[in-house]
Design a binder for this molecule. Sequence first.
Ligand code: HEC
Length: 94
Amino acid sequence: MYRVLNLQIFLLFLYIFNLNATNLALPCSGCHGPNGVSSGDSIPSINNLDKEYFIKSFNDYKTGVRDHYIMKIIANGYTKNQIELLADYYDKKE
Ligand code: HEC
């Protein structure tokens, strides 16, 4: 009984905070492609990126260690937890 309740509360939280990697990744697909495979040379593919590398690059865009106007704005829009969800999501994309 408690387990079922916990799951429902968890799902409710997911819904409220929109902590769903597929939704979080929607704005990325316009540039990086629907599965993280970009169509041109100017934008890197991000499918299959190592999770640690992904998290580091987001933090580097946030802090300015990596200087890129667009990715800085984007990285600033995501919390630590959301970045981990995204990193996990793209790490598993073939
Ligand atoms: C408007 C286009 C655009 C959007 C939208 C966008 N990106 Fe990017 N992204 C870029 C470009 C251009 C670069 C290359 C920047 C550079 O030279 O460092 C990049 C770089 C990256 C990198 C570093 C890749 C590497 O090989 O080092 C990651 C990771 C990344 N983006 C993830 C994302 C994620 C996740 C989202 C969605 C939350 C997103 N991007 C949305 C354009 C975009």
